[in-house]
Ligand binder design. Structure first.
Ligand code: OAD
Length: 248
């Protein structure tokens, strides 16, 4: 099938859907200039994830971890949402239920106007005290080490779910409910190798839902997805939304 015909098919599915769920990954923000993790230019090509994004790394060298997050914050601060983020924010109002789940920590969905986005891996603009566990918004640039909690003086850490850490249970519960209940799941710009997100499409299929993948390249999930659309998120996602709006 050509991309044009698969896009039409997805538009048709969306027109009859009542509950739409969306999972996004780094690929959607790549179109805004935020680096992805894997692939030729990915962050994990230049750095080892376990040296920078794990509780062990932070315990061993909190300064190094903060330097890396501070660098990423400075980079992300210069970026703005693209047409795909914006289209999803518009799309939310078209369905009886709409749940947006992201593995991204850049906050670009919120900046595009998406409300109540489930940030599965946290948010780079939030910090958490390692002593009293209070979570606060923090937009300091750069981060001056050691950043301290204004309430108790404890060392702050990025409010990010690192490798080896569980997802926030209420966030995970809401994701699971969406996966069980949605008519359609759009999986946008994720390599599908990090759990639990890597299993979301299979969960939706098991529950009888329809799955769509939008990605530049095939992923381990592509073979079991109902429809794969090859292309950039910023080019494909607005097309899906435009036509679901016209036909509703
Ligand atoms: P990855 O970097 O693993 O994958 C990005 C995906 O986006 C790849 O499949 C690319 O083919 C695709 N892609 C790139 N540009 C695109 C574009 N313009 N349009 C559509 N697709 C595009 O990122 P994630 O799957 O999000 O976790 O990674 C999952 C998690 O692994 C991240 O949240 C992060 C990382 O380690 C933590 O840091 C905890």
């Amino acid at each position: 099938m050509t991309n044009e015909s698969v896009i039409k098919k997805v538009q048709h599915k969306l027109c009859s859907a009542k509950f739409v769920a969306v999972l996004t990954g780094a690929g959607i923000s790549a179109d805004s200039g935020v680096p992805t993790f894997r692939g030729a230019e990915g962050l994990w090509k230049q750095h080892r994830a376990e040296d920078l994004a794990s509780p062990h790394a932070f315990a061993h060298d909190p300064k190094l971890v903060w330097e890396w997050y501070s660098w990423r914050r400075e980079l992300i601060a210069t970026k703005v949402p693209n047409l795909a983020h914006e289209a999803l924010a518009t799309m939310a109002g078209r369905f009886s239920s709409f749940v947006l789940m992201t593995q991204n920590v850049d906050g670009l969905h919120g900046m595009a106007g998406s409300q109540d986005c489930l940030e599965m891996h946290g948010n780079i603009w939030k910090v958490r005290c390692t002593k009293c566990f209070t979570v606060t918004e923090n937009r300091d640039l750069p981060i001056v080490f050691p950043p301290q909690c204004s309430a108790c003086g404890g060392l702050l850490r990025p409010h990010i779910v690192w490798f080896g850490e569980p997802l926030d249970p209420p966030v995970l519960d809401r994701c699971m409910h969406a996966l069980q209940s949605c008519d359609v799941l759009l999986v946008i710009g994720t390599s599908g190798v990090v759990q639990p997100a890597a299993s979301f499409a299979m969960m939706v299929k098991s529950a009888g839902g329809y799955t769509v993948e939008i990605n530049l390249d095939p992923t381990p999930s592509s073979g079991s997805i109902d429809i794969v659309i090859t292309g950039k998120a910023k080019d494909v996602v607005p097309l899906l939304c435009e036509n679901s709006i016209q036909d509703v």
